[in-house]
Design a protein around this ligand. Structure first.
Ligand SMILES: NC(=O)c1ccc[n+]([C@@H]2O[C@H](COP(=O)([O-])OP(=O)(O)OC[C@H]3O[C@@H](n4cnc5c(N)ncnc54)[C@H](O)[C@@H]3O)[C@@H](O)[C@H]2O)c1
Length: 358
């Protein structure tokens, strides 16, 4: 087993421990009389026998979980279960479950402890690490949320054996993003393990190397800049255009980010920031993971006959983006594999790019 034992020290002194370990082992480590589990119905059906014996609250599956209505329902169940200040919320699921449950816990009684047991690759390599929690509002992703670190993250890669290929590929998008950010040996590892078809998955050992590598890369950014005032913004690579694609296409988060990352590469190429060979290297890795590498590719993957509606939706999302500063957008753009910078791009140029890009 690849080692993984990361401690993220959050603002306010909270420490988040991220480690590998079997999900059933949590039973012995938690006070089950004070713990409530938040999950979705599918995960409970497939992995419920490994859950610690605590009350279980089911939320909706997928992005629908990240709504104010789900949040209110969750608060209602916390009240019924008399979840007190000494309680703990354990989110077992993908990024939607952990984003919602983390936000609910971090606001319940002004904030109680919570832990994550991620069950998707995307949640292991990204959503469970870093303390960003939240829900969507009026069609805009993550508009309402908190920075609050989970007390622990328990990574059990054996849970991924039941994950559908499309969800596995979605997680690989964030892995590719980390590979572009870190470059060097991690890019080579991911390229060696990205199977060419979604059906070929890395074996357990390789999977643990990927999860550990990505979790470490993300944790390093978070430790340097928990509140995203500077360096952490680089983790948004691919998300500026990706969020627009996700909101309008219904594609999984990672597929949208992959198309957003490839688009960011093309934008950087057009701005003279990224060499064509580097752009190709990144795009090839995205495609090797079975992910869309353009806006048109995302439209096709979503079954949208005409990509123009998608481009219009991306334009709407860009104008409402949190990273907008007046007439400019702060964007993470690659300059090479292993080098990403934050640039101010005029919104007008970005909107033209979205209309014209492949
Ligand atoms: N907080 C952060 O820093 C952060 C970072 C990246 C992404 N996110 C958020 O994460 C969300 C996406 O998360 P996700 O991709 O995990 O999606 P998800 O939570 O919707 O899970 C995807 C699907 O897989 C199913 N599933 C989960 N685990 C399974 C398993 N082991 N076996 C079989 N099926 C399983 C779920 O029921 C669901 O239908 C987005 O809302 C995104 O905004 C948050």
């Amino acid at each position: 087993m690849s080692g993984l034992d990361i401690a993220i020290r959050g603002v306010g002194g909270t420490v988040s421990r991220i480690a590998f370990g079997p999900l059933p082992g949590l039973t012995a480590e938690l006070d089950t009389s004070k713990t409530v589990i938040v999950t979705d119905g599918l995960i409970r059906r497939v992995h419920g026998s490994s859950f610690p014996s605590c009350p279980v609250i089911e939320v909706e599956r997928g992005e629908a979980a990240k709504s104010l209505a789900s949040l209110e329902a969750l608060y209602g169940r916390f009240l019924e279960l008399e979840l007190g200040r000494d309680g703990l919320v354990l989110a077992i699921g993908g990024g939607t479950v952990s984003d919602l449950a983390g936000f609910a816990a971090s606001t319940w009684l002004r904030g109680i402890a919570f832990g994550f047991a991620p069950t998707t690759l995307l949640a292991m390599v990204d959503a469970s690490v870093g303390g960003k929690n939240g829900v969507d509002f009026r069609g805009v992703k993550n508009l309402v949320g908190s920075f609050s670190q989970p007390r622990f993250v328990r990574m059990d890669v054996s849970l991924l054996s039941t994950l559908p290929d499309i969800e596995f590929a979605s997680g690989m998008a964030e892995v590719v993003k980390h590979a572009v950010l870190a470059g060097g040996g991690y890019f080579d590892l991911v390229r060696a393990e990205a199977g060419g078809t979604p059906a070929r998955r890395p074996d357990r050992e390789s999977l643990e190397r990927i999860v550990a590598g990505s979790a470490r890369i993300k944790a390093e950014f978070v430790e340097r800049d928990e509140r995203e005032a500077g360096e952490r913004r680089k983790l948004n690579l691919g998300h500026t255009i990706g969020h627009g694609i996700e909101a309008a296409s219904g594609l999984p988060h990672g597929h949208s980010v992959a198309a957003g990352l490839a688009s960011a590469c093309r934008l950087a190429l057009g701005l003279g920031l990224l060499a064509e060979a580097e752009c190709d290297r990144i795009t090839r890795l995205i495609e090797a993971c079975g992910l869309p590498s353009s806006i048109a590719g995302a439209a096709a993957a979503a079954g949208l006959a005409d990509g123009s509606g998608l481009r219009a939706a991306i334009a709407r999302a860009l104008t409402a983006d949190k990273k907008r500063r007046g007439e400019d957008m702060l964007m993470a753009l690659p300059e090479a594999v292993g080098s990403v910078s934050i640039r101010s791009v005029p919104i007008a140029d970005l909107l033209s790019f979205v209309q014209e890009a492949p």
